[in-house]
Design a protein around this ligand. Structure first.
Ligand SMILES: [Zn+2]
Ligand SMILES: [Zn+2]
Length: 460
């Protein structure tokens, strides 16, 4: 066989292989999700609410990189915490540096505070942060490896007012989203009073063979981080924890006074809370106030409301007075919280809370023929600049399909421009409910629309 044919055969085989390569579909990674347009209305609502509340309480938005030095999280979160040991997405980059996808927001925010000399600003520096975090958790219903958080951090203020203000904001946030929650609150003391408490706690767990009844994780925790035994999710560990000595009984005078003040402010603001002696939060850096926001038990799934609520905490936070110094900054008191956005969305969906459809428009621009299309493209921009929510389908030719889209967009009026109207210098205004059409002077169309819809607030 001549060489040339052989070559062709090869070429055909190559093309076939390349076609096969082309059609192989690549799906998203396990534990990851897409946010589709229908879902986005929930995100818009939450982002809007979070932004408004943060602004009114004087928190300014900032962001940090998704990638940070692995050491940042190892140091801040504590090497023994679940987040660092089990769940971090980390890798070695092309320069051989150890990198991590942020598993939480606070360490990056603190790094940024130190790195940009924010301690020179008037204190406290109040920061609002919203973005994705990553944890290589076992994927399960409603839990993802990439999820988003809304965080507020108040850095540079030791006063119990700062703690109470944050708790109040979380309460208002959920109340305005029409979700019933119960704030769980506790104090984990400071380094000195906690030391005494930990001795009591260890002694308690050593008594009468309690250790043997603990789950395997807790047996390990007993030596490394006994405080974590209190919030273990295993039933047998929770039963033992219920009898354990309570940290509030061991607080030093300063920690005790601080905690009482926080509770007094909450009482003053009429914010409901539940004193929860087993709440310690999973991170090493907390001191004094810690809190979590649980769906109120009436909303928890039947069975074990307490346990359900604990696992479905919508958010939490607390004070971390030692963290800034520990990360290499000056000694700086601070507190903050994080709220899981996906979990909040799940709750809104469960409760069927009606949402305003932001996609809806005031009016629709329809055209018939290419000259009309060109004119309404100009008119569209004029109306949009005047603040109207205008919808259109420039790419469509058929009037009927444009009117269908206008109906779907829920507009009150549709403006229709065709060849005849161009000749006459007019445009049709169609009332979508009654179907009545009026002819108006093209030059006066904006005024005519304003007459019907009212003057929109000029946003642009
Ligand atoms: Zn103390
Ligand atoms: Zn346990």
């Amino acid at each position: 066989m001549p060489k040339i044919f052989k070559k062709k055969d090869n070429k055909e085989a190559e093309e076939k292989a390349s076609r096969a390569r082309r059609v192989r579909f690549i799906s998203r990674l396990r534990g990851m999700k897409d946010i589709l347009p229908d879902e986005y209305k929930y995100w818009n609502l939450i982002i809007k609410k979070a932004t408004e509340l943060s602004r009114s309480y004087g928190f300014k938005r900032m962001d940090t990189p998704v990638l940070e030095n692995l050491e940042l999280y190892e140091r801040s979160s504590g090497r023994s915490s679940d987040i660092v040991v089990k769940e971090m997405f980390s890798f070695i980059d092309k320069n051989g540096e150890k990198i991590a996808l942020r598993p939480e927001a606070t360490p990056g925010i603190i790094r940024s505070y130190i790195e940009h000399g924010m301690f020179n600003l008037p204190q406290p520096v109040k920061l609002f942060w919203l973005g994705p975090v990553f944890r290589h958790d076992k994927p399960q219903a409603g839990r993802f490896r990439q999820f988003s958080q809304f965080n507020l951090e108040s850095i540079g203020d030791a006063s119990p007012v700062a703690d109470a203000e944050l708790i109040a904001i979380t309460y208002y946030f959920f109340r305005e989203l029409q979700l019933e929650v119960m704030t769980q609150i506790n104090s984990v003391g400071c380094a000195s009073c906690r030391k005494e408490y930990l001795v009591k706690l260890e002694n308690f767990y050593k008594e009468r063979g309690r250790r043997t009844k603990l789950c395997n994780d807790c047996k390990k925790r007993l030596a490394k981080n006994p405080l974590r035994l209190l919030d273990c999710k295993e039933k047998q560990c929770q039963e033992i924890a219920a009898d354990a000595p309570q940290i509030v009984d061991s607080l030093c005078e300063d920690c005790r006074n601080h905690f009482i003040k926080v509770l007094e402010y909450l009482d003053e603001l009429n914010i409901p809370y539940n004193l929860n002696p087993t709440l310690v939060r999973g991170l090493d850096y907390y001191n004094r106030t810690v809190f979590e926001i649980w769906p109120s038990s009436a909303e928890a799934t039947e069975g074990k409301p307490e346990e359900q609520s604990r696992q479905n905490a919508l958010g939490g936070g607390g004070r971390y007075d030692g963290l800034v110094e520990y990360m290499g900054g000056r000694p700086t008191p601070a507190c903050g919280f994080g709220i899981g956005i996906e979990r909040v969305i799940l709750k809104i969906k469960e409760k069927n809370i009606p949402l305003k459809d932001e996609e809806k428009g005031d009016l629709f621009l329809a055209h018939l023929g290419d000259p009309a299309r060109r004119k309404i493209m100009v008119l569209f921009e004029e109306l949009r600049k005047n603040g109207f929510k205008v919808r259109q389908a420039f790419t469509k030719d058929n009037l009927k399909s444009q009117l269908e889209l206008a109906n779907q967009a829920g507009v009150k009026y549709t403006l229709i421009l065709g060849q005849k109207e161009i000749m006459d210098g007019t445009i049709l205004i169609r009332d979508m409910e009654s179907g009545i059409q009026e002819i108006v002077d093209y030059k006066k169309v904006v005024a005519e629309i304003e007459k019907r819809l009212g003057s929109p607030s000029k946003k642009i």
